[in-house]
Unconditional design. Structure first.
Length: 109
């Protein structure tokens, strides 16, 4: 049996965040290669954003990156990550990150 999961709720917190780390569903060599390719594209976009002044960087949207083959919710998250990382000058590797924007879990029977 696996280790038990614990949820700690602090009543003084104004915001509760839940993070789920899910494994890839039926990951095979093709899906792994595609994830690696998208990770490299995402890292390239993030480093391009880091080369721009932070005040200009905050004004970018996914529409400014329509030529990149990554979905808009991933690009928007990358823009948020590059604006938040103030001390980073260059990413070595930035995997695609998904938050709950445009994401739903369905029960498929």
């Amino acid at each position: 049996m696996g280790s038990p999961a614990y949820v700690i709720i602090n009543p003084t917190m104004s915001k509760l965040t839940l993070t789920l780390k899910l494994p890839f569903y039926r990951l095979n060599a093709c899906k792994a290669a595609e994830f690696e390719r998208l990770t490299l594209l995402n890292t390239e976009v993030a480093n391009t954003l880091l080369s721009v002044d932070k005040s200009v960087r905050r004004k970018y949207t996914s529409k400014d990156f329509h030529h990149v083959e990554i979905g808009s919710m991933w690009i928007n998250q990358t823009i948020r990550n590059t604006c938040a990382q103030t001390k980073v000058t260059k990413f070595k590797r930035l995997p695609i990150e998904v938050n709950n924007q445009g994401y739903s879990v369905n029960r498929g029977w």
